[in-house]
Write a protein that binds this ligand. Structure first.
Ligand code: NAD
Ligand code: DGY
Length: 434
């Protein structure tokens, strides 16, 4: 390993001589600071930029500079970028959530595109910085993009990508897991066992809720909400009630067909209903799962009043975004109603929980892991990278962001298109005919 120019803080390059074991193109550099010269930034920004940000570099001679604010699973996404002449820089900073200043430092004075994370605040300041550096594309490694000010991106002509579809089933499976964990009190029972409290079978020990024949309620029956509904209907023979701004015809057809199948086999058929209001779902359902997007119409959708509408023994699951639920009201409701249970993957002030939530036995809490399966996370990285690459190369936008499978086939080259650009229309980007 050779070390150069260690006298200057901003140029501490460490060349790794060993080829990386999995990346096809072996050249990796590590350094502790990107070039930050000639940027017009507020003084406060410059001051915090003085701190070096550590990065790892692949294909240093690539024509296009693409920055990823985090290391992401898999290597396909890196290979796809370097095969198309990109120099890939991955931030290796230990800090979990990067600040706007950290990201400005990463962007530097020449950057063609950035792959970022849902924890980052992609607003006016960052899009201005990216645009100054010649950047044309940003992609969240997430389907939700409520951390992105799309209007600001439009103002600077920056394409904004997201990663739909590849995480639908994985996220729905976690929502189903939380539904079961809450219904059958799995975490409480696990803690009881580990505490050495089990001294024999008892008729009343950890009695929970049977799902079969009960009603599952879905708020936001889009990709994930529909996949979850199908799992609960087919897996546990639950009836469905859903609320969405749009009708989910495919979901309705599925439940109808499954109901007919059950009937033909002499079993009680399942039913479905599209509710005219969210309150109808809250009143009728035994398990309610939240899957809407996060915007001002869904902020505190579940609050003190809506909680009061729900059955005393209902189960509430949230795998959408934390602020969809008023968490202070939820803690109070959990205290007042010990038979009411929740399964939460997301939190209002992530990564923090509101006071009292951690003490509630009737709450199952996990750290925003709904999309965390290996296949999905690698696929998300691939889609995010291809969103950025597509814009850099001038490719059109894929026609149907709900059908992203062709981009995920590891044995074939991906289509020459950006899989999902949310502001394609606003920017007037061409749509692929493939
Ligand atoms: N916890 C996680 O790790 C995780 C993983 C993936 C997605 N998500 C969240 O889930 C959200 C949904 O993802 P998706 O792929 O299913 O998106 P989607 O766009 O397919 O579905 C969202 C649905 O919400 C509906 N909706 C919008 N406003 C509504 C309202 N006011 N009331 C009721 N329904 C409303 C839409 O009509 C749409 O059908 C994402 O935006 C993201 O925030 C979280
Ligand atoms: O929106 C998303 O994709 C999730 O929150 C992370 O997978």
């Amino acid at each position: 390993m050779a070390q150069h120019d260690t006298t200057t803080k901003h140029r501490l390059w460490l060349y790794l001589e060993k080829p990386h074991p999995i990346i096809k193109h072996p050249t990796i550099l590590s350094c502790t600071s990107p070039k930050i010269a000639n940027q017009k930034c507020p003084k406060s920004t410059l001051a915090s930029m003085a701190k070096p940000v550590s990065i790892e570099v692949y294909n240093p001679n690539g024509k296009y500079r693409v920055v990823s604010t985090k290391s992401m699973p898999g290597t396909r996404w890196i290979n796809l970028l370097i095969e198309q002449d990109c120099r890939v820089e991955i931030c290796t900073q230990k800090k979990t959530i990067l600040s706007v200043e950290d990201i400005i430092a990463l962007i530097g004075d020449k950057c063609d595109g950035v792959i970022g994370q849902l924890t980052e605040d992609w607003g006016e300041t960052l899009f201005a910085a990216l645009s100054r550096a010649g950047g044309k594309a940003f992609s969240n490694m997430a389907v939700g993009y409520n951390n992105v000010d799309v209007n600001a991106a439009n103002k600077y002509g920056v394409a904004v990508g997201n990663t739909p579809g590849v995480l639908t089933e994985t996220t729905a499976e976690l929502a189903a897991s939380l539904s079961l964990a809450a219904a059958r009190r799995i975490v409480e029972a696990d803690q009881f066992m580990r505490a050495g409290l089990y001294d024999g079978w008892l008729p009343h020990l950890f009695v929970g809720n049977l799902l079969k024949g009960q009603t599952v309620g879905v708020i936001g029956a889009g990709r994930i909400g529909s996949a979850y509904a199908r799992m609960m209907v087919e897996g546990f023979k639950m009836n469905l009630i859903y609320y969405d701004l749009y009708q989910s015809t495919r979901l309705e057809k599925f439940v109808t067909a499954y109901g007919e199948f059950l009937k033909a086999n002499g079993e009680q058929p399942v039913t479905w209903k599209r509710a005219a209001s969210m309150d109808e779902v809250l009143q009728e359902a035994d398990v309610i799962s939240l899957h809407p997007i996060m915007d001002k119409t869904t902020y505190h959708l579940i609050n003190k009043n809506s909680l009061a509408t729900m059955k005393k023994e209902a189960i509430l699951v949230n795998c959408s975004r934390g602020p969809v639920v008023d968490e202070v009201a939820l803690v109070e409701h959990l205290k007042q109603n010990p038979m009411f249970r929740v399964g939460l993957d997301v939190f209002e002030d992530e990564p923090y929980m509101k006071p009292g939530l951690a003490d509630m036995k009737n709450a199952v809490v996990v750290p925003h892991i709904a999309s965390a399966s290996k296949w999905t996370r690698e696929g998300m990285a691939t889609l995010a990278a291809l969103n950025v690459l597509g814009k850099i190369k001038g490719y059109p936008v894929w026609g149907n962001p709900n059908r992203v499978e062709p981009f995920l086939n590891e044995n074939a080259s991906p289509p020459a298109a950006s899989p999902s650009i949310v502001n394609a229309k606003a920017l007037g980007l061409p749509v692929s005919k493939l």
